[in-house]
Design a protein around this ligand. Structure first.
Ligand code: 6R9
Length: 666
């Protein structure tokens, strides 16, 4: 892991690093506390004593067309309902009300293209274009509750399309642009989505990528008619790829110039969006989020944890194709009326100081990213941030995977100038927003530990029988009460919803429902929770959730492959990397071309993010006497760790052989 890696610490502040290395806790600077949205530690008690009505605090951050009657309805648990009777529109909350409040000319989205172009949308501009596109979608036939798939990279038209959907009550399903054509088709089929908004292409490290071709290929795998819209991102460069069947975004906007579209009042429990995520089985899960609960939770956590204020320039450097971008680039920050930055490209293009250049140029106040990025910055060296004035920053955040204390301290020192609290935020696609983290104006920080559960969240660590465990021991993370941002179900699959999240620790007889996020964790004497990682067949590569089963089925789909096992091996920068162990069919030579076909098979089925780090051909997989693949052992082999007891294996001799093959390929 990065802990042991040689840091390119060329800046001569070894003394400082050494002092920080010994320091276990950090308190927020007084300058931060003085201005924090939440600075009183009484908030924990306040939420506990007043639960569930405490959540009105979140709901009150929004404007409701119709006040809700009940905060929480739990008669049909775990199908909880929040703010029932209430009606609201998410786009009106993110746009109209700010324009009405005089913020028409405040920047809502500041976009930075990879090649240096910039676009700023004020709240007024954004509202206009959202209305125009909403009118266009309606004309194309989109009705309330129709699922619209958005397959776009980090361009402003993505949040515009999201908000346009929200305006007319059509749930969106955003598919990460890095996902493959097959992945797009699977998601469109699963959601019966008859509308697609995509784009011609985009830039990556200076090259124009053809996205439309991938979208077209995906559409060929969709089992029903689809109406599509294509955004022209690249101008002339790839224009010829625009097929006849698709509508051109710019033309639609022009045709609907000046349109005004009343925001549809949605019931609090109406679906705002679907987001597909990986789980234990090969089939991705369609996580359903609602209008009232999700939006109030995204706004509340942006306010309490990210300390967002309208006058800030706030930057979450995630991709909107993941939940982090939904909650903390689009919905949370815009609901609070702040300026949210969007960056199209990679952090090392054209140079490794790109992000710091953008922080300086835009005077960014709050910066939120993933540990994998921080580990890469650390590897590149502190000379890059040092070239820039980062003093505008007041708060830093991380999300997506555990952050090791060394990376935490590097971030604290070299990006935050020892002057910014760091929030290490644990949450999931399913939770809608942050669940476990310190409140930056309240809590002491402990590098490596996310912190206590947020006010109103009852997270506990239990053993396999559901009993709470002692401080210091490893166990399973559970959440023992509902919260507004929680998923309501898996799209058209209530059974899987119950089986995946509730079955493990709930006691149905006594109506006690316990949410199981499938993460391992431990807790210390102060109630701080350290996340240990997934306990299901999901691996976390650069903060992206990938199902090992999905990758395995892609590999066995390659001709000549008999069996495959996929595990996560530890990786210095990515956290985990994809390791694949493959048994070939009789007579099939393990040639370089076979390896290439396997890598291609995975990229076609999922996307380059799932690209195997290593393909190890083996005549057998290590199996227990009952025939189960010993995944733990394969993980240890991939991570180069010492192997535990192999005596329970049916074929212990295979272990040495696999180990030899891994070291051969190094
Ligand atoms: C928001 C997001 C969720 C999984 C989750 C856990 C891991 C997220 C973390 C973290 C340790 C943190 N995870 N945040 N692990 N510390 N601060 O990432 O959602 O893509 O659904 O992934 O990510 O394993 O279960 P998602």
């Amino acid at each position: 892991m990065a802990e042991e890696s040689g840091d390119t610490d060329t800046d001569g502040d070894g003394e400082l690093e050494a002092r920080l290395a010994d320091q276990e806790t950090f308190d927020p600077p007084e300058s931060f506390v003085e201005q924090a949205n939440v600075a009183d530690d009484g908030i924990y008690e306040e939420f506990e004593e007043n639960w569930p009505d405490c959540w009105e605090r979140a709901a009150n951050l929004l404007s409701w067309d119709q006040e809700y009657e009940t905060v929480l309805e739990d008669d049909d648990a775990p199908f909880y309902k929040w703010f029932t009777g209430g009606e609201l529109n998410a786009s009106a909350n993110c746009l109209d009300r700010h324009v009405e409040d005089g913020a028409k000319n405040r920047a809502a989205i500041k976009w930075e293209g990879e090649l240096g172009e910039t676009r700023t949308y004020t709240y007024g501009d954004l509202l206009n274009e959202v209305e125009e596109f909403a009118a266009a979608l309606r004309d194309l036939g989109v009705e309330e509750d129709d699922v619209v798939t958005l397959y776009m990279p980090m361009i402003p038209e993505l949040p515009i399309a999201m908000l346009a959907c929200a305006r007319i009550g059509a749930p969106h399903s955003v598919v990460f642009a890095g996902f493959s054509a097959d992945a797009l088709a699977t998601r469109m089929n699963a959601a019966d989505s008859e509308y697609l908004v995509t784009c011609d292409g985009y830039y990556r490290r200076g090259d124009a990528l053809n996205h439309k071709e991938k979208a077209d290929k995906g559409l060929r795998g969709v089992d029903h008619e689809v109406t599509s819209v294509v955004v022209d991102r690249l101008g002339d460069e790839l224009n010829h790829f625009l097929g006849n069947s698709a509508h051109d975004y710019d033309e639609l906007i022009e045709e609907h110039a000046g349109a005004s579209v009343e925001p549809v009042s949605r019931d609090a429990e109406d679906m705002l969006f679907l987001m597909y995520t990986s789980g234990t089985t090969g089939q991705p899960k369609g996580v359903k989020h609602t209008t009232g609960g999700y939006l109030s939770y995204a706004a509340w956590t942006s306010h309490a944890v990210l300390d967002v204020k309208p006058e800030d320039t706030y930057w979450c450097a995630a991709d909107i194709g993941w939940i982090t971008g939904h909650s903390y680039i689009v919905y949370g920050p815009l609901a609070l009326g702040t300026t949210s930055m969007m960056y199209e490209g990679t952090p090392d293009y054209p140079e490794r100081d790109r992000l710091w250049e953008l922080v300086e140029k835009n005077g960014v106040d709050i910066f939120y990213t993933a540990p994998t990025a921080i580990r890469a910055f650390m590897k590149w060296g502190s000379q890059y941030p040092e070239e820039h004035d980062l003093s505008s920053l007041r708060l830093l955040g991380t999300v997506g995977e555990p952050i090791n204390p060394r990376a935490w301290k590097w971030y604290y020192t070299h990006i935050g100038g020892e002057n910014c609290p760091i929030v290490d935020t644990w949450w999931q696609t399913e939770t809608g927003g942050m669940m476990i983290t310190t409140l930056p104006g309240v809590g002491t920080m402990k590098p490596g530990s996310a912190g206590p559960p947020l006010p109103g969240i009852d997270a506990r660590i239990v053993d396999t029988s559901g009993e709470q465990i002692e401080a210091g021991d490893a166990g399973y993370l559970t959440v023992q009460n509902p919260w507004p941002g929680m998923l309501r179900t898996l799209y058209q699959n209530d059974e899987r919803f119950l089986a995946e999240y509730w079955q493990e620790y709930s006691d149905e007889e006594s109506d006690e429902w316990v949410y199981f996020p499938e993460d391992g964790a431990k807790i210390d004497d102060d109630g701080y929770i350290t996340i240990l990682g997934r306990v299901d067949d999901v691996i976390n590569v650069s903060g992206h959730r990938l199902g090992t089963m999905e990758i395995e089925s892609a590999i066995v789909g390659v001709e000549g492959v008999a069996e495959a096992a996929v595990v996560g091996g530890s990786h210095e920068v990515k956290g985990q990397a994809v390791y694949t162990y493959v048994i070939l069919e009789e007579g099939q030579g393990d040639s370089e071309s076979m390896r290439e076909r396997i890598v291609e098979g995975v990229e076609d089925a999922i996307g380059p993010i799932a690209r195997p780090e290593e393909v190890v051909f083996t005549p057998e997989l290590p199996k227990t006497r009952s025939g189960k693949i010993m995944r733990r052992l394969l993980e240890d082999l991939a991570s180069g760790e010492e192997l535990g007891n192999t005596s329970t294996l049916r074929n212990p001799e295979i272990v040495d052989e696999i180990a030899a093959r891994i070291s051969d390929s190094d």
